[in-house]
Design a protein around this ligand. Sequence first.
Ligand code: NAP
Length: 460
Amino acid sequence: MKTLEKENYTYATDVQAYVQKVYDTVIQRNPHENEFHQAVKEVFDSLLPVLEKNPHYIKQAVLERIVEPERLISFRVPWVDDDGNVRVNRGFRVQFNSSLGPYKGGLRFHPSVNASIIKFLGFEQIFKNALTGQPIGGGKGGSDFDPKGKSDGEIMRFTQSFMSELSQYIGPDTDVPAGDIGVGAKEIGYMFGQYKKMRGGFEAGVLTGKGIGYGGSLARKEATGYGTVYFVEEMLKDNGFSFAGSTVVVSGSGNVSIYAMEKAIQLGAKVVACSDSSGYIYDKNGIDLLTVKRLKEVEGKRISHYVDEYPHALYVQGCSGIWSLPCDIALPCATQNEIDETAANTLVSNGVKAVGEGANMPSTLEAVHLFQHHGVLFAPAKAANAGGVSVSALEMAQNSARIAWTFEEVDAKLHDIMRNIYRESMQAAENYNAPGNLVAGANIAGFIKVAEATIAQGVI
Ligand code: NAP
């Protein structure tokens, strides 16, 4: 059985025993859901000093309430493929916590999706959304449908069937989904159309990440990647470094990766590598981002095609090797647990100065401890990738007010939000005797907001 770790704090043994008991119950109630256990453990490890200082959180059973989703919906998604075969997938929506506002969180379409993945993502989302300072609760959803290799018609029929069921549970003031892995503007468009048809009205605020022409926000597409770099830049500045002149490795080549690369390059970094789930490319001269954008966003090709146009660049099959490339800054922007202890060790041996998580939980707990132990500056996902959901909340605000802000206005607000998240996380870490530890700081700052709202609203 996993045990909670003491880290660098001193705290009363009975608080530790209490937290361990709640954690054991989570494991017992959610057997085999390893990703969910991992996400809970990471948060609980940070909370011991908070509970010691605020025993009323224990009396009010805030931990017990926070780890139990308010609602977990699982549903059948039948659809017809291009050959006329009836196919069946499974859909999920976890409405985890609405203490701070309507449930908010993306939808992921990927064959690995199951209850554990959705719960880990939904749990993380509670604290991330709290950190943004926007009035949004935590949720997440998706399906084990694999969009890869599917025709446009198949994707449309699947998403329509998915939304036919999901539409019963969501709404602009109830639950507002967005995109995630495998769900981009196209899928959001199909889902919005189906929701509109089912409800018989144009409720723009029901989904975010919409096309600009029908209620989407400028800068939403860029928000997660840009936000991650804004956050990491604050962390670097505080420690006498900067993106300018740094060598950067970014995993993935999807939405988050592309815009993290774009902002890092704008700030003067040289991005030498990126990947997809088949392999990675290494271009010692610095990756030509326009080519990557065309290959991935327009032509929908694999990243390996980059070397057809840049023969001096290398393509290596298998994606984990990307972390063996020497770099100053590593930005994992692909998927969960992509940096394990071995990869973290290699990064440290190669002199990495900072790691910024654009993806959700891309580093294992062991990898995070290793980075912290070796003094690598570490920006955890919960804080560093909160830019996407922040601009989603700004999209909701624009929809409610029936106005549209310019790209520059949204980008400036995003930049402010990321700076605030950085400052609040640093302050919380300082207040609870973990100076400079952004993992602890982000968990604590997010948790306290949710705990206070939970208590204020009574036992419901
Ligand atoms: P996406 O557009 O679907 O891109 C995902 C990318 O990661 C693709 O290039 C994919 O390659 C690659 N990938 C998947 N598994 C991989 C692996 N094992 N190794 C290397 N590359 C792999 O998704 P996204 O929206 O950028 O999301 C990426 C991460 O950011 C996820 O953890 C997501 O939860 C998180 N996130 C996203 C947002 C957002 O606004 N989109 C906000 C916050 C957090 P293939 O094409 O080969 O699959």
